[in-house]
Design a protein around this ligand. Structure first.
Ligand SMILES: [Fe+2]
Ligand SMILES: [Fe+2]
Length: 475
């Protein structure tokens, strides 16, 4: 069951060849996907052979096989974690009933929406990152970017399979539309705003893969609890791929910090101008990038009070993070939860029914998880003997959705006037000057074992290869 059949046009472990209609429909979608990859995938990468991992089985041990491949020949396919015998629904109004192997009519529209929204983010991030290869700080980093890009393409396949198999004609139309919307396109943009923003430089890329791919992790974890069993099994396998994306972000930012603190010690200075003259990224700029990416990403969890969130939970479509490990009744009818709002110029906590606050619950779990990496980045600074602490901004800072939307709140959680906000925002969010400076550092460094001046080499290579391995062959 867990073995993947690579002899078919579309690699899969779902016995695709037994459903000729579905197989034919997906085989018709496949060339459109390749066309999209050629048009919107990594720029100028067609001839490169990239040291990529490919799934060979969905077993937790050794699912990956490494080798140099052209990205357009990557074996994108359909991989589901093995099913659990007699799996039961473990939350919401249907708790204790058998998990669904098909889509119940009354939940069809909501499930389709959830799958389309998730599916839309996958190709969107490939589009956002398509120019980054031109300014890679090393061959090692270039390979990691491409690995993430092909796996986001695979995640699109995961959602498209569900749309084709379970949603008939509507599903096929939605699958086509996933290749028609484009990140940042004025007429036909991606569904979620964060996926229409640019990823203009590698510091943004590492921040994105640390913070925004982690949003992906939390959404996938919530869907991995779903009563709709094929969705749960699909997202479980996607999560094993997602871990590498967050690793690239965390280690990437960590290496930027390492290089900066090395320069601070060599030059014995924390003067921003001197550090910039030395071509490294000063810690206050890194803090402003954190503030930006953190705040934009926590908006992705949606409004703090949402009747949709309540419906998705009660009907069993989407659980909480680690639903199975929680010890409450998993129905949550009389429970409450605290959310924030601004009243009379102050931040106040309000108790609201938990079912309506489930976006906030997921956001809070995300915040706890994302703070872990910031602490690990602080250890790099500490180890270098430098007094500086990076922090996550307050949850209410720079928000654009829900009851905090548009409120003027500092990174340490103080409500301020519009005038104070305007005067200080340049200390809190990346300025045009910061962005221009970071952009000025971006140049292509791709000789094996060489690294751009603004980033330290990694401690280890990929798949136990040396750091100066030829991860990408340019041909
Ligand atoms: Fe993804
Ligand atoms: Fe990802």
């Amino acid at each position: 069951m867990s073995g993947i059949n690579y002899s078919e046009k579309i690699p899969n472990n779902v016995n695709l060849s037994e459903d000729r209609t579905l197989q034919r429909a997906l085989e018709q979608w496949q060339p459109n996907f390749i066309n999209w990859w050629d048009d919107m995938g990594p720029e100028g990468s067609t001839d490169m052979d990239v040291y990529l991992r490919t799934a060979v089985s969905v077993d937790p041990q050794g699912w990956a096989q490494f080798g140099h491949v052209k990205m357009r020949d990557y074996r994108w396919g359909v991989f589901l974690n093995p099913g659990e015998q007699d799996r039961k629904i473990h939350f919401g109004d249907h708790i204790g009933e058998k998990a669904w192997q098909d889509v119940p009519g009354e939940h069809r529209a909501n499930l389709r929406r959830i799958i389309v929204t998730q599916g839309d983010t996958e190709p969107a991030s490939v589009e956002q990152q398509r120019h980054l290869g031109l300014t890679a700080p090393s061959m090692y980093d270039l390979r990691n970017l491409f690995q993430i890009n092909v796996e986001e393409g695979r995640h699109l396949w995961a959602m498209v399979y569900l749309l084709h198999k379970y949603f008939g004609k509507d599903g096929r139309e939605e699958a086509d539309a996933l290749l028609q919307r484009n990140s940042g396109n004025e007429d036909n943009p991606r569904i979620l705003q964060a996926f229409n923003e640019k990823t203009p430089d590698w510091l943004s890329f590492f921040m994105f893969t640390y913070f925004t791919d982690r949003d992906g992790k939390f959404q996938l974890c919530a869907l991995a609890e779903s009563a709709f069993d094929p969705l749960a099994r699909t997202t479980k396998f996607m999560l094993t791929e997602e871990a590498h994306h967050m690793f690239v972000g965390e280690s990437g930012v960590g290496r930027v910090i390492q290089r900066t603190v090395n320069a601070m010690n060599e030059l014995k200075t924390d003067d921003v101008a001197k550090l910039r003259a030395a071509g490294v990224i000063d810690l206050p700029t890194i803090q402003r990038y954190i503030n930006f990416h953190f705040s934009v990403t926590i908006d992705l969890f949606g409004a703090d009070q949402s009747s949709n969130a309540a419906t998705f939970y009660s009907s069993g479509l989407k659980g909480r993070y680690e639903e199975g490990k929680r010890t409450d009744d998993h129905v949550l009818k009389g429970n409450s939860y605290k959310i924030l709002s601004v009243e009379d110029g102050k931040l106040v906590e309000k108790e609201v029914p938990m079912l309506n606050a489930l976006n906030e619950v997921l956001r809070d779990d995300y915040i706890t998880d994302s703070k872990g990496g910031i602490e690990r980045w602080n250890r790099v600074i500490e180890k270098a003997g430098i007094q500086y602490k990076l922090t996550a901004p307050h949850k209410a800072f720079h928000r654009n959705i829900g009851s905090l939307s548009g409120a003027k709140i500092t990174p340490d959680g103080r409500v301020v006037t519009d005038a104070e906000w305007m005067a200080k925002v340049g200390e809190w969010l990346p300025t045009n000057e910061d962005r221009a400076y970071v952009a000025s550092l971006m140049g292509r460094v791709v000789e094996p074992g060489k690294f751009a001046n603004w980033i330290a080499p990694p401690v280890m290579g990929i798949n136990r290869q040396p750091v100066d391995f030829d991860y990408v062959r340019f041909n």
